[in-house]
Design a protein around this ligand. Sequence first.
Ligand code: PA5
Length: 455
Amino acid sequence: MQTDIRVDISRAKSAAVGKEHGIAPAELKEIEPDILAIHKILRKERKDKAYGFYDLHKDKESIKNVKAIAEKYRAFGYDNLVVLGIGGSALGITALNTALNPAYYNLMTKRGRKGNPRLFVMDNIDPVSFRAMLRLCNPKKTLFNVISKSGGTAETMSQCMIVLDILEKKLGKKAVKDHLVITTSPKEKGAPKSLLHPVVKAYGLDSFGIPINVGGRFSVFTPVGLFPAAMLGMDIDEMMKGCAAMDKRCSQASLMDNPAYLRAAVQFMMDKKKGKVMSVMMPYVDGLRDVADWYRQIWAESLGKKFSLDGEEVYAGQTPIKALGATDQHSQVQLYREGPNDKIFNILEVARFDKTMRIPEALKNVKELEYLRGVTMNKLMNAELRGTLDALKASGRPVIRTILPRINAHTLGQLLYMLEVETAMAGRLYNVNTFDQPGVEEGKVIARSLMGGAG
Ligand code: PA5
């Protein structure tokens, strides 16, 4: 059975969409030496452990620890898992949950959820939705997981303060440790100080450290994503195997053998040579809709930089956009086909849906619906996808297809790992610091000082 994800750039080539909007074979050849040179830099950075996201699937100790602590809390049989975190501390588990849990998971009975808790990811400070979550989640039956790498983010800390107060008042100080787990900067030399460390100590909480060399948006395979995933009963061993399989492919120096490098090279050239300043990720499968959200962050925060690595003002970056097929055919595709030709399209596909839905022999007296009778929604979705692909091609709009054989823990591990390596390569092609986010940090400081805090 085919388990590998496939990347197909044929519809981004000049042969498909013309020279003005597509990449010519000579252009791919031209970028190869840059890819090779950057490959060496990335390998060295990895070897020097400058960036740790590459090797998380090999960290057996950390994975074992995540599973052990998850087992402890799963034994409590809680109804709810509430993640309090924002940005890189929230988007990974949201993507995994949408992909790997059934649709409308939270509405299912506990039995239907195989005894696993419902998941609420609170990544905002809207008082209306926060109150609504609190009304739904009886603290006695809820585990809260506060996730903040810096341990100082105002949004997450405010949520943490509210929840701590509720737990203490309703269940007593001693019980807090059974309902709150912290994921933050590790308590080790050289690690940034987290305001959550004293909380862990004061209440005797279980906690996880996020490796210093892994940034927020690259942290889905640290306890940031893996602990909630394990709490929800996801197969994290399979996920790690998926990462390992993709790691092997992404360790190839050659552009044509390395799907991450190929995607990075095409998207970069699209921006720099073909005026595709936006990158639309459009899954044709509901389960991957939040992968597009996760990708939006990693692509935006990693590449959107004022300065190059040489200190020059460059204002780099390609604006990521998320869409969903077939839904957004009725909302966005008009613009995508007939508006400015300034976008590269990333279509995510699944070769086989897990379920089949047959359209019945209904409305027999309506002759015009004959083509729908007795076929499957699967076939219709495929036809819609094909229609969009061909319509985009006819309008000279370049497309990269990424095809998953199935949606499961293994392919999700592959997909997210590939997109991380793609981002690392793209950052170097743009010659920017992929792994910092000065623009975000500045906003955090301003908000804190406006509230009368330090900064
Ligand atoms: O990628 C990043 O570093 C950011 O998006 C962070 O994940 C986000 O700002 C949240 O930060 P923290 O986890 O420190 O609360």
